[in-house]
Ligand binder design. Structure first.
Ligand code: B12
Ligand code: SF4
Ligand code: SF4
Length: 403
């Protein structure tokens, strides 16, 4: 007689067949460690992501999402293409998850097929599935299963393949066999915390989104805080630094999903060319990719900041064009970027545009770019220059102008 295979095992097998490399199951009860989530919201670490607040009750309680929810499945799909980021400051860095096609589309389709399988196996089955967009705390639930654990950078990590994967979740009215929670293998390591360019991992397991480059370049619609702009470097969409340094990503394997491999031009894009994207070109070029989320003006704002951070005179002509952009957001950041480069030509472009500029925020950025306020470091430099004249301290100030 053939051995009986449980429904949970059959669902897992089908999920593996559909391309998920890890499948976890847990009981759908109240959110574990909900007090951490509450604290995160209370301290406003979600910034302008109002959806995190509006749907907080559902995030704390899956039964508010699906009334008769009994089980919660967590499914991991690898997006690692094995390519590397560009170190060239005149080329942009797009985070790995956004190099290829939009994962929402691909994963939704796979989850739909899995759901259809479950309904065929168990005709009374009802459920809901999400990738990213539902009010379900995907990482927290993932850590309740054998998928893995939440690292100090707060991404979910698997022992087998590291953290370069997307998460899908499925709520079901079925009693499935639950896993044991994942064990934390971070140990004494703290590489991600040290590597974060903006100090966004404010404590182990806590990311203040307002400081995270991923938030600043994708979610934030308005102006990027001035003090954070220099720290963004050439990252124009998201950030991978905390995961790039994680030792568990040494076990990453290349994904079999062709759609997640870099689209032409997304791996090491030339920054100067991206400045000229019209809204129509942006929509065409990034159709069905995650990058559309930043919207054209937000994306070009990021590109302009990266050009400023290059501190290279070759970036000046492109920034001059950005200074005439239809979007005040782009013009404001272009003025800042030209100020960062600070060559006579860069400053002349600002001077030339100033009389015709009417937007108050752009005018303010122009003013600051032309006459930067003295920072403490500059105060110290100015004092050193007058005291020591051509001493070492003065030389250090000259080669490292403060932005
Ligand atoms: C909002 C959001 C963001 C925000 C906030 C990030 C964050 N850390 O929460 C921003 C825009 C910054 C962001 C960035 C990124 N994101 Co995002 N994001 C989400 C989203 C929509 C919700 C996450 C959430 O609920 N955050 C709220 C915080 C409070 O929840 P949490 O981190 O799970 O918090 C727990 C811990 O902080 C812990 N905790 C708090 N204090 C303490 C203290 C102690 C002692 C302990 C032990 C624990 C602890 O408890 C909290 C929960 O109660 C999810 C999709 C989803 N629906 O879940 C994707 C998601 C998390 N993002 C994802 C990705 C890929 C990214 C980026 C890598 C993209 C990029 N390359 O730029 C970065 C990674 C940045 C980072 N280091 O986290 C993937 C993660 C996949 C994975 N392997 O983990 C998800 C799951 C999307 C998906 N479906 O694949 N993201
Ligand atoms: S994604 Fe970048 S900015 Fe955000 S926590 Fe990780 S290293 Fe820091
Ligand atoms: S870098 Fe180290 S501390 Fe950070 S998530 Fe990876 S193992 Fe954990």
């Amino acid at each position: 007689m053939a051995p009986s295979v449980s429904l949970t095992a059959r669902i897992r097998d089908e999920a593996y067949r559909l391309g998920f490399f890890k499948v976890g199951v847990t009981r759908a009860g109240p959110l574990p460690q909900a007090e951490n989530f509450d604290r995160w919201l209370r301290e406003e670490m979600h910034g302008e992501m109002a959806y995190m607040e509006h749907q907080a009750a559902k995030r704390r309680d899956p039964s508010l999402v699906l009334a008769d929810a009994r089980s919660l499945m967590v499914l991991a799909m690898n997006y690692n293409s094995g390519d590397a980021h560009s170190e060239d400051p005149l080329r942009g860095r797009i985070s790995r998850y956004a190099w290829g096609d939009d994962y929402h589309l691909l994963m939704k389709e796979r989850l739909q097929r899995l759901y259809a399988f479950i309904q065929r196996e168990e005709p009374g089955a009802r459920g809901l599935y999400y990738v990213d967009t539902g009010p379900v705390m995907e990482k927290v639930w993932g850590a309740q299963t054998t998928v893995g654990w939440m690292g100090k950078h707060t991404n979910l990590i698997t022992r087998e393949q590291g953290s370069w994967f997307f998460i899908g979740v499925m709520l079901l009215n079925l009693e499935l066999e639950s896993d044991r929670p994942g064990k934390d293998y971070c140990g004494t390591c703290s590489r991600c915390i040290a590597a974060c360019p903006t100090g966004a991992i404010v404590a182990p397991y806590v990311v203040d989104a307002r400081l995270c480059i991923s938030y600043l370049t994708i979610e934030l619609r308005g102006s990027i805080p001035r003090e954070l702009r220099p720290l963004i470097g050439n990252r124009i969409y998201g950030c991978d630094d905390c995961q790039d340094v994680c030792p568990w990503n040494r076990f990453a394997v290349t994904t079999g999903e062709k759609q997640f491999h870099p689209r032409k031009g997304n791996l090491v894009p030339e920054l100067a060319a991206l400045v000229d994207l019209t809204p129509e070109e942006f929509a065409r070029r990034f159709k069905d990719t995650p990058i559309r989320r930043a919207k054209r003006d937000g994306f070009v704002r990021n590109v302009v900041v990266a050009l400023g951070n290059s501190r290279r005179s070759e970036a000046v002509p492109a920034l001059g064009r950005a200074l005439r952009d239809a979007s005040a957001l782009v013009r404001a950041h272009a003025a800042w970027a030209l100020g960062q480069i600070g060559t006579p030509e860069a400053l002349r472009l600002i001077e030339d545009s100033r009389p015709s500029e009417t937007d108050p925020q752009v005018r303010e950025e122009m003013q600051l770019a032309l006459v930067p306020p003295m920072t403490n470091d500059q105060d110290i430099c100015a004092l050193s220059v007058s005291a020591v004249r051509f001493g070492v301290q003065a030389l250090a100030c000259a080669v490292q102008p403060e932005g």
